[in-house]
Write a protein that binds this ligand. Structure first.
Ligand code: 5GP
Ligand code: ZN
Length: 138
């Protein structure tokens, strides 16, 4: 727990978020500035910066949770594929320094990946609806 970390604040409820999955070790919630509808983040509850300093015992179950959440996002958004990425350190584009993986629904012929798309402007109630769709998809 880092008292200045926004994702730690999301974990302990100090900052509101649309949570879609939670267990003892991990949390998944909707990105507040989604690149596409359904853009979801998965984080360990243990505070570490990124993949580079993740302790072995924290990383152990991460992949399984990413898989579970990816399947729910795919189902909720009728996606044809799922793009998973993590940016580690500033040089790689990381802006929030609490380890997190991005989950992005993908469709044949979509433009994602050909360029870096501008983020959508999605109102919070709409993001909350997207979260509900994913929660119903586990
Ligand atoms: P990074 O650039 O570090 O890989 O990704 C950070 C992500 O966190 C961005 O996609 C950004 O939109 C998201 N984000 C930043 N602050 C908040 C917040 O307070 N709540 C939520 N739900 N997402 C956030
Ligand atoms: Zn943190």
């Amino acid at each position: 727990m880092d008292k200045d970390c926004i994702f730690c604040k999301i974990i302990n409820g100090e900052i509101p978020s649309t949570k879609v999955y939670e267990d003892d070790e991990f949390l998944a919630f909707m990105d507040i500035n989604p690149a596409v509808r359904g853009h979801t983040l998965v984080i360990p509850k243990y505070h570490c910066r990124n993949i580079l300093d993740t302790p072995e015992n924290v990383g152990k179950n991460f992949y399984n949770v990413i898989s579970k959440v990816s399947n729910a996002v795919k189902k909720a958004f009728n996606a044809e594929g799922i793009y998973v990425f993590q940016q580690n350190e500033n040089a790689a584009g990381q802006e929030v320094f609490h380890s997190h993986v991005h989950i992005i629904p993908r469709y044949k012929g979509d433009e994602f990946g050909k360029y870096s798309p501008p983020r959508l402007k999605v109102e919070i109630p709409e993001i909350a609806k997207d979260g509900e769709k994913i929660r119903q998809s586990f």
